[in-house]
Ligand binder design. Sequence first.
Ligand code: PMP
Length: 393
Amino acid sequence: MSLDSAHLRAGSQSAAADPLAWLADEAAAIAAAGLHRSPPARRRDTAEVNLASNDYLGLATHPAVIAAAQRAVAEWGAGSTSSRLVVGTTQAHIDFEDDIADFLGTPAALAFSSGYLANIGAVTALAGRGDLIVSDTGTHASLIDGCRLSRARVVVVERGDVAAVRRELAARSETRALVVTDSIYSIDGECAPIAELYSAASDLGATLLVDEAHALGVRGPGGRGVVAECGLSGRPGLVVTTVASKSLGAQGGIVAGPALLRDHLIDRARTFIFDTGLAPAAVGAAHAALGVLRADPALPQRLRRSVASFAGAVGAAEPQSAVVSLIVGDPVDAVAAAAQCRDRGVLVGCFRPPSVPAGTSRLRVTVRADLDDRTLATVAGVVDEALTRVGVR
Ligand code: PMP
């Protein structure tokens, strides 16, 4: 049989039965559970108030940040053109890495093209077959995926249960162990017991990896994060991952720690080695945003004050970060409340399973430092009315 006729026969078989037909059943099941999603296209030039982003400091639209992104594109081009190890590393990447390492109080840092890839790269480079990872029930999907890809034995404990972390570390047969956690949990914005976890890890010969994605620019001295707040910056056995995609208003992931860690990630982290380097515009923007934060160290405190006043106005407890989590319960009600806010010009996040456990669908409202008190009071009223309408108040 010639190659052509084999090819034609295969073609006619696939025309008879679409191998992707199962997607229709899947879509129907998702819709029936009220869990269908679609990314809403953001509109330009609207009067909408955006309380759904992670741009906590409003730096995504800061003039100095935009100008720096434009300069970086003019200087280095639209893309980094290859992986970091080939020709995708510019001087801008190196300068940003040095500066953020210095800001975080660590000897070195390495930039990945996203926080997701930074976490996967760090976890898989630090733990493998024959090692133990202790994770918790609140960690971000990127840490979970890193654990799964690592081939290490993974134990998941309740978040905040430091005694369980100690028990698992003490009972292990593996020599090497890694404890992974978010410092600020992304969905509800609560803070993990980082000082206690560090003590547990160091007492029992384990490394602690802390994801500070939602803490950078929000917690700690000058926005340096929870690790800095606990006085742990630069300690041995501590790895910090963070992102440029939230309070820095740009894009990219960072792993910070000892110089040997940076070298090891360059040699071993597959999401660094095989991925096109972070785009110059993102590097330029992130570095300029870091400059804005350094120049105004009270910015995180002002943000926290605004968060506290917004939370008070909607009857929520004082949040531990920029995230105000308002539990609705039923996913259909949560969608309805978010839609009502949107109709009234206020964008809020709406989280449903599988992002949160069943029965805990919620609005996730993120307060921004660049919103004035009057705007915050108005939007708090809108959110409160939407919650009342679906019977949560
Ligand atoms: N870690 C946490 C805690 C996050 O919330 C996120 C983003 N949702 C990430 C990592 C991934 O970062 P990025 O969006 O830059 O890929």
